[in-house]
Ligand binder design. Structure first.
Ligand SMILES: [Mg+2]
Length: 164
């Protein structure tokens, strides 16, 4: 079974907070009346990550992630498992994600990429027995090739540990 990778959307795939006079990092897409800047390269990055991880949406977008992102990002796979948060989702924080992340990750190595890992995320990661990797992105930059390399390297390392 592959390790899980929990994927946030705002600040990871959809960027914000970049300087107004800078070149846009990607095209805007209108989703429910909100403009989201989503670089198409993030689709290829997710495809690479899916070779080694089970990707799971962990975002306040909830089901909207499956509705919009496979098309926008050109993902060759359809719907991913999607965590839901019973109306607790708030922009700019992530503590409300941890219960659902913890339940889904139980018994499995797990990585989580988010622009708001926060103290709650760190505490959660340290409290787990299973291998756990947190990656915090910067919302104007989001997911990068470097993050992809780090995640894939971590997943390969898990395989080597098992083989010993
Ligand atoms: Mg976010």
């Amino acid at each position: 079974m592959k390790p899980v990778l929990f994927v946030d959307v705002d600040g990871v795939l959809s960027l914000f907070g970049f300087p107004a006079d800078a070149e846009l990092p990607g095209p805007f897409h209108w989703i429910d009346g909100i403009a989201h800047c989503i670089p198409p390269e993030n689709g290829a990055r997710l495809v690479r990550l899916a070779e080694r991880f089970e990707l799971v949406w962990a975002t306040g977008w909830e089901e909207k992630a499956n509705e919009y992102l496979p098309h926008i990002l050109g993902l060759p796979f359809g719907e991913l498992h999607c965590l839901t948060f019973d109306g607790r989702a708030r922009f700019g924080s992530s503590h409300w994600k941890i219960e659902a992340i913890d339940a889904y990750a139980r018994g499995r190595p797990a990585a989580w990429i988010d622009d708001n890992v926060g103290d709650g995320g760190e505490t959660w990661a340290h409290g787990r027995r299973e291998p756990t990797l947190l990656i915090e992105t910067q919302s104007p930059v989001g997911l990068t090739d470097r993050h992809v390399r780090e995640l894939l390297g971590w997943a390969r390392g898990l395989g080597r540990q098992r083989d010993r």
